[in-house]
Ligand binder design. Sequence first.
Ligand code: IMP
Ligand code: MG
Length: 189
Amino acid sequence: MNQENQEFLKMESDIDRILITEAQIKERVCHMAHEISKSYDDMKETLTIVCILSGSILFVADLIRQIPRRLALGFVTVSSYEGSAIQSDGSLLKQDLNIDISDRHVLLVDDILDTGSTLRLVQTQLAEKNLKSLKTAVLLRKSDKAPSDIVVDFVGFNIEDDFVVGYGLDFNTEYRNLPYIAVLRPELY
Ligand code: IMP
Ligand code: MG
């Protein structure tokens, strides 16, 4: 076995259980892309997708390749978990949007809706930019925790209140490259 495989296996030995498999993610992201495309069927203008870094990178990369229309892609960086903390203690805008979105139809994309502080911050800032429309898509929603005042138009999976990693989501900056969504062994948190 080569060294790369051994490293991957070491990482996989940190996993307690897989919540959502690679195949399930693929199928759901494909459906979401269709739902999203359909909702913009009557819109002639370019769709602008704003991706919240860093957890959404794999999701947005897979999603946009299945939205067969003219679109623009911008990024904002928000941080809610510092270091290895797994409790959100409010969100911080680390890097403002890199493209002009005024007068655009915007789809905001995030990896997970947990306490809602990230989406509240970004949705409020985007709402000030004189948009033509704003919709939001998240891959995961911790349904028991997510506040009801945060509007999301497209949800991939509703999950329980577990801290998850993989498919872009990290713990202490690692595990983003796992192709599935998983819960780590409790002693690691
Ligand atoms: P919120 O601001 O509490 O809704 O959390 C949203 C952000 O925190 C997400 O965009 C993630 O980057 C991060 N986050 C929340 N829950 C998890 C998790 O279970 N695993 C990894 N990151 C998470
Ligand atoms: Mg995030």
